[in-house]
Design a protein around this ligand. Structure first.
Ligand code: FRU
Length: 475
């Protein structure tokens, strides 16, 4: 298929049913599908949206273009879960195509209000000259998971002085007032987070102020801002596109970053004593992470494992991208700690005592201080994902150079991170074509995709003590 603009934005009703059937057929024989990570039923998945707890269940939506592995006319596809591990896919729920979201139901968030869930999202609207007119829209989902859109935008247009890059509202409630954070690009090509407020979710919404979380330049555009409170401190998780390497050293096309405040001033929307900007993940593919202060008291996140403007080898199978496991956040000395939620332990089946592992596996690692060591996941086709550990200077390097079909090689095939000195512990969650490596209790995380031709996986190690477990295949 040649993915022309016309095809990408074709109204859903103009697609023949056969398109989805054909993709599903291709996917049925896929080499690269995942066993316990959220993946699109067809087509392309990007940002997680509307992560929430409502009506006794967890809810999550994915940005979806269902008709092919490309960015096109996006909907929100609805997932529910009882345990944050097994998710049921209920199909597209928030559909694009009305006046306020003619060219896509773009990213946003959800908050439960009385007996309904309120969704706030960006309606991507383009005119006949293909000029963007972003709208911030609302919709209600009731306890039967039925959706009703609000046809009048909650916020009609960008603030004066800002461009049409204005999207991804995160809705929050504090002291009885609703706030939303919106990513924005100023006319001088700088990235900002704007704050609006309202007494009711349906509005009227008024501009309040700019979120003040750093003195440093944040590139030309901020996507997907998320303010979350972790162990009592404010954390902003965001995507500063075009941020200078001198402000945030990064290798991916666009970074997903965070900043921590000592405290938060709600009157001025200001971080008190903000930290440096840091990478949320030191790997290859994490973007658009969504955060949630859950009613059970935990600070949770889920990340898109996939990057904008990037092609992935699974495109030929008619699908692209996946999500991380749901992670729980903690803070220690302004460093974020991220670990898969404890519910994931139920995926563990049995210990593996052979070098061959199952495509779904968890590998725990331990290496003593003052050592150099290595762990490799190899395939029967000679491919290799290599993890080098060095406790002489607290370094971990992940190398996917020879791990299979190449991905985004222009941005390098190795990623490295530093950890505090002393022994290293790590947990590798491996799932056929995605890995998440949690180092020293989640002090650092290295996430990435690999696309091997091999079907069998073998683990080898030097100077590193391993334990291996088979994990359930639930999808
Ligand atoms: C980030 C993003 C968002 C936008 C969405 C569209 O990946 O570009 O800014 O709302 O994807 O799918």
């Amino acid at each position: 298929t040649e993915w022309t603009t016309k095809l990408r934005y074709l109204p859903y009703e103009d697609w023949p049913n056969q398109q989805i059937i054909d993709i599903k057929q291709k996917i049925a024989t896929s080499h690269w599908r995942l066993g316990y990570h959220i993946q699109p039923s067809t087509g392309l998945l990007n940002d997680p949206n509307g992560f929430s707890y409502f009506n006794g269940q967890w809810h999550l939506f994915y940005q979806s273009f269902p008709y092919g592995p490309v960015h096109g006319l996006k909907n929100w596809t609805h997932l529910t879960s009882d345990d944050l591990v097994l998710w049921q896919d209920h199909g597209p729920l928030l559909l694009p195509g009305d006046e306020q979201d003619s060219h896509g139901a773009y990213s946003g968030s959800a908050i439960s209000v009385e007996d309904q869930l309120f969704l706030m999202y960006t309606g991507n609207v383009r005119d006949e000259n293909w000029v963007r007119h972003p709208k911030q829209d609302g919709a209600w989902m009731n306890a039967k998971n039925e959706l009703t859109k609000i046809s009048t935008p909650l916020i009609e247009e960008p603030k004066n002085g800002f461009t049409d890059h204005f999207r991804d509202p995160q809705i929050l409630k504090h002291d009885g007032t609703y706030y939303c954070l919106i990513g924005a690009r100023k006319k001088d090509d700088t990235g900002h987070v704007l704050v609006y407020q309202a007494n009711a979710v349906t509005g009227p919404w008024q501009y309040k102020t700019e979120l003040k979380f750093t003195d440093q330049p944040m590139g030309y555009m901020i996507e997907c801002p998320n303010l979350v409170f972790v162990d009592g401190q404010p954390v902003l998780i965001f995507c500063p596109q075009g941020i200078a390497q001198s402000v945030l050293k990064h290798q991916n096309i666009y970074p997903n970053a965070y900043v921590v405040g000592k405290d938060f001033d709600w009157d001025n929307f200001q971080f008190i004593d903000p930290s440096e900007i840091k990478n949320l993940d030191d790997g290859f593919d994490v973007y658009a992470t969504e955060a949630l202060n859950a009613p059970d008291g935990r600070a949770l996140t889920v990340s898109w494992i996939g990057l904008p403007d990037t092609e992935y080898p699974s495109d030929i199978e008619g699908w692209a991208n996946c999500y991380s496991l749901v992670k729980e956040l903690h803070l220690e000395d302004n460093q974020l700690y991220q670990l898969p939620v404890v519910e994931n332990d139920k995926l563990i089946k049995i210990e593996i005592n052979t070098s061959e592992i199952t495509p779904q596996a968890k590998i725990t690692m331990y290496m003593e201080a003052n050592q150099r060591g290595q762990v490799s996941v190899k395939t029967d086709c000679g491919e290799e994902l290599q993890i080098q550990l060095d406790t002489t200077n607290g370094k971990i390097l992940v190398d996917r150079t020879n791990a299979g079909v190449a991905v985004a090689v222009d941005h390098g095939t190795k990623r490295e991170t530093n950890v505090t000195e002393g022994p290293i512990t790590a947990e590798l969650y491996f799932d056929n074509t995605v890995f998440e490596l949690y180092i020293n209790g989640g002090q650092k995380v290295i996430t990435g995709r690999v696309f091997p031709q091999g079907r069998q996986f073998f683990v080898e190690s030097q100077n590193v003590q391993l334990q291996k477990f088979q994990l359930e295949k639930i999808y």
